[in-house]
Design a protein around this ligand. Structure first.
Ligand code: URA
Length: 243
């Protein structure tokens, strides 16, 4: 890989900015200043420093965003704020959200430029579990709970796949549950609740596969995934399979 591309991938500036830095002698390879931007480098083994700081090659980036309500899940939008607007100051080219949360939905959103992992997590055949905290109007009878668990008609060709319901609380005209689904149909949770006669008033995603929303991450904030979180997700996409 060319030295200037390496530095661009590491988000150290635009191609012309990193070329300038190289020409100024701010970059060393294996201890020797290199002033030629097209210098060919073995990015896995050569030791590169920029202004004295050692750089470890990384071009795939993974972030957990605590999505607030009011922003759309898109990389860009002409009229609305997007989840990407909340990600200023992060490294990584071509980052995009993995799956969609509605504008009024909050909670866990994975953002990455690892297209392969994103594709596997979203693949309908993988059945990656997603757990939502759901506040609803109406009541959840045992009969309705069984319907949600076994599969309901939400107007598509097929019933929803089996889901898990954990009822948290219930009053005369509203209830709160955690609902785990293994699909990602359009407005799926809202349509499932409608199918049993209620309406979602608040929706928050708590987890996706092995990745759980960090309880210490404020709404609107993001943080890089830990090595373990990345490995666990990759491992999951190998083991979760079509049933
Ligand atoms: N189901 C919905 O209805 N909305 C979401 O944002 C996510 C799942």
């Amino acid at each position: 890989m060319r030295l200037d591309k390496f530095l661009c991938d590491m988000q150290l500036g635009t191609r012309s900015q990193v070329k300038e830095s190289i020409k100024k002698g701010l970059v060393t390879v294996n201890g020797t200043p290199v002033r030629t931007p097209d210098f060919k480098l073995d990015e896995r083994n050569d030791m590169v420093t920029y202004m004295g700081q050692a750089l470890t090659y990384q071009n795939l980036y993974y972030y957990m965003l605590h999505k607030p309500a009011g922003v759309v899940t898109a990389t860009r939008d002409n009229h609305e704020s997007t989840v990407m607007d909340l990600l200023s100051d992060v490294r990584g080219k071509d980052l995009s959200p993995v799956g969609r949360l509605d504008k009024d939905t909050e909670g866990l959103l994975l953002i990455t430029n690892d297209g392969e992992l994103a594709h596997k997590l979203l693949s309908p055949g993988k059945h990656v579990a997603k757990t939502y905290y759901v506040e609803c109007t109406g009541t959840l009878t045992e009969e309705k709970q069984v319907l949600l668990e076994n599969g309901v008609d939400i107007g598509d060709n097929e019933l929803t796949r089996p889901a898990e319901v954990k009822l948290i609380s219930q009053s005369d005209c509203s209830y709160i549950m955690e609902l785990t689904i293994t699909e990602g149909r359009f407005h799926q949770i809202k349509r499932m609740v409608q199918a049993v006669g209620g309406c979602v008033t608040y929706l928050k995603r708590l987890s996706m596969g092995t990745l759980s929303l960090d309880a210490n991450l404020p709404k609107g904030a993001c943080r890089p995934l830990t090595e373990k979180e990345i490995l666990d997700l990759k491992q999951l996409t190998k083991t979760v399979s079509a049933r």
